[in-house]
Ligand binder design. Structure first.
Ligand SMILES: NC(=O)NCCC(=O)O
Ligand SMILES: [Zn+2]
Ligand SMILES: [Zn+2]
Length: 573
């Protein structure tokens, strides 16, 4: 006999599905307004003052609080088998912790074993995620090897499985060589996908590891020594150069160092379509921990690329986020317990790589960014939610508070504080790299698809409440179809259709610097490192801060543009 289903009376059902948030300051990436929000059936139905709403609606008073789009963490590895261990946060515990911290969507990485079918691995990840997730999720797919079959499966993933991003590796034993990177980027470009890159020079790292171990450096301090920041910066630069040959938009994951951030910024200024993600770990901790005398402490901080010994790195990276030289923050949550980290007790290169962050990302970034005055709440929303939604083409369904958007909302109390600890966090892992950090900014309510999952600070996450979200190809934010359609290859003032497609971009960039009358008006706009971004979707017209040559930060006035309705449209409305 089947289990009887408990029926909820109709009047109570509708009451549960209706919510009114009153008196809060609604923060989008481009402005703060004092609107009330009416939610029904998981969607924002009305926004404004003096709303007329049905009886029986639950009312939440958000006076004195910020009302933010739920965080989107675009970089997690739940229950991931890696370096001889399996990460301990699974899709249930990981997304539960995410919700506890104000994140309402995560994007995890399908990681096929070397040689394994991408589609099989995708199904494996769906099986792990679908019934467990407490919030919505999407999937990137790793390219751990390269051949014709991979190419075919990438197409199927884009066309039939809602995937629009592929991660390639320039390090680890599944790294691709330059020719393979070229082909992978070319394939992404043709499919309208975005190529994500783990940028470290794996060949140099292998030699450095050998040398350090031979010298007797076996402890966690060897980890950073084997992967110094120029090894990261070189790979960022090389990835950008390769991607530019085929005009493929790039997304550099986990930018961890000053020089890698600068390499990305410079590539961007040269006309490469590249976006940068840094990690909450990089914004709040540094490589001094690798010298800690306790193995569990130092190994607990091991991730790749590593935290940097230069203690000014975290603020430098926050400054890059402030000026839009970096756009996104993730956690790269890939958690291994102390016992698992011991796999590398005798050899640092065997310590399973990865740290926590999915739960604490929002609070820690608020503390290091907003509380310090480097960014304002709008930029906070951009770097923790909206920009990821735009790049992965789920904006404005996600990443903003607007009529028609999913009701993924955080009511954020900036006046409350909390102290982070492994003893009280909701993650499965027995260590926390932010241990003891006091953060202003606490999520008092977290609403996931219209359901209150943190209620007056109490976590009420529901296993299986989340859904898989398709990420469609050709994100307007990344591909800008108008610009691509308007621009024609021009050579010596005449159109030259004979140029191979991948060289056309080079010609366009030269022509933008020195426009000729044969170009349409839209092609002669000022060159910008964000030239591919539709104007209407730009979040902050002038960067909140400018960074001078030596990258000191000085405050500038912040001019905001409201996204015109057309600018928000990516087929969603
Ligand atoms: N980052 C890290 O150390 N672990 C997760 C795997 C990856 O993102 O490279
Ligand atoms: Zn990586
Ligand atoms: Zn990762």
């Amino acid at each position: 006999m089947s289990t009887p289903v408990k029926k909820v009376p109709i009047h109570l059902q509708s009451a549960q599905n209706r919510l009114l948030i009153k008196h809060g300051k609604v923060v989008n990436e481009d402005e703060i307004t004092e609107d009330d929000i009416y939610i029904e059936d998981g969607v924002i139905k009305q926004l404004g003052r003096n709303l007329i709403i049905p009886g029986g609606t639950r009312v939440i008073d958000a006076r004195g609080k910020y009302v933010l789009p739920g965080g989107i963490d675009p970089h997690t590895h739940f229950e991931f088998e890696f370096m001889g261990a399996k990460s301990v946060d699974d899709f249930y515990q990981g997304t539960k912790a995410a919700v506890a911290g104000g994140t309402t969507m995560i994007i995890d990485f399908v990681m096929p074993k070397k040689g394994e079918s991408l589609i099989d691995a995708f199904y494996e990840w769906r099986q792990k995620g679908d019934d467990k997730v407490c919030c919505d999720y999407a999937l990137h797919v790793g390219l751990t090897h390269w051949n014709e079959q991979v190419k075919k499966e990438m197409e199927a993933l884009c066309k039939e499985h809602g995937v629009n991003s592929f991660k390639v590796f320039m390090a680890y034993n599944f790294m691709l060589n330059d020719a393979e990177l070229y082909s992978a980027f070319d394939t992404c470009q043709k499919l309208g996908a975005i190529a994500q890159v783990h940028a470290e020079n794996g060949s140099i790292i292998a030699k450095n590891v050998e040398k350090l171990l031979a010298k007797g450096v076996t402890g966690p301090e060897g980890h950073e020594l084997s992967r110094p920041e120029e090894v990261e910066a070189e790979a960022v630069n090389r990835a950008c150069i390769i991607a530019k040959q085929v005009d493929c938009p790039l997304y550099i994951v986990h930018v961890m160092s000053k020089s890698a951030g600068l390499a990305l910024k410079q590539a961007c200024e040269r006309g490469t379509r590249v976006y940068g993600e840094t990690l909450v770990a990089a914004l709040a901790t540094d490589g001094s921990h690798y010298k800690h005398e306790c193995f569990h402490h130092s190994a607990g901080h091991v991730l790749s690329p590593p935290l940097r010994p230069d203690p000014t790195t975290p603020q430098f990276l926050m400054n890059l986020l402030a000026q839009d030289a970096l756009q996104v923050t993730g956690s790269d949550n890939c958690t291994f317990n102390k016992a698992q980290k011991e796999l590398g007790k005798e050899d640092f290169s065997k310590i399973p790589n990865g740290v926590n962050g999915v739960e604490d990302r929002m609070s820690v970034i608020w503390e290091k960014g907003v509380q310090t005055g480097i960014i304002d709440p709008c930029r906070f929303v951009a770097i923790t939610s909206s920009n990821a939604a735009k790049i992965f083409n789920i904006f404005p369904q996600k990443g903003c508070i607007a009529v028609g958007s999913d009701a993924d909302i955080v009511i954020w109390d900036p006046s409350r504080t909390r102290t982070i600890s492994a003893a009280t966090h909701h993650q499965a892992v027995d260590f926390n790299i932010f241990e003891g950090m006091e953060c202003h900014g606490v999520p008092e309510y977290v609403i996931v698809n219209g359901r209150v999952c943190v209620d007056e600070g109490q976590l009420r996450a529901v296993e299986g409440h989340g859904r898989y979200v398709d990420t469609p190809v050709f994100a307007p934010y990344v591909y800008d179809p108008e610009r691509v359609a308007d621009l024609k290859p021009v050579k010596n003032g005449t159109h030259d259709d004979s140029l191979p497609e991948h060289f056309q971009n080079k010609v366009q960039i030269e022509e933008k610097v020195c426009p000729t009358p044969t170009l349409p008006d839209s092609a002669v706009s000022t060159p910008s490192c964000r030239g591919a971004r539709p104007e209407g979707q730009r979040n902050i017209q002038d960067s909140t801060f400018s960074i001078s040559e030596d990258l000191d930060v000085e405050r500038k006035s912040c001019i905001r543009v409201r996204n015109p309705p057309g600018g928000k449209s990516s087929g969603f409305w």
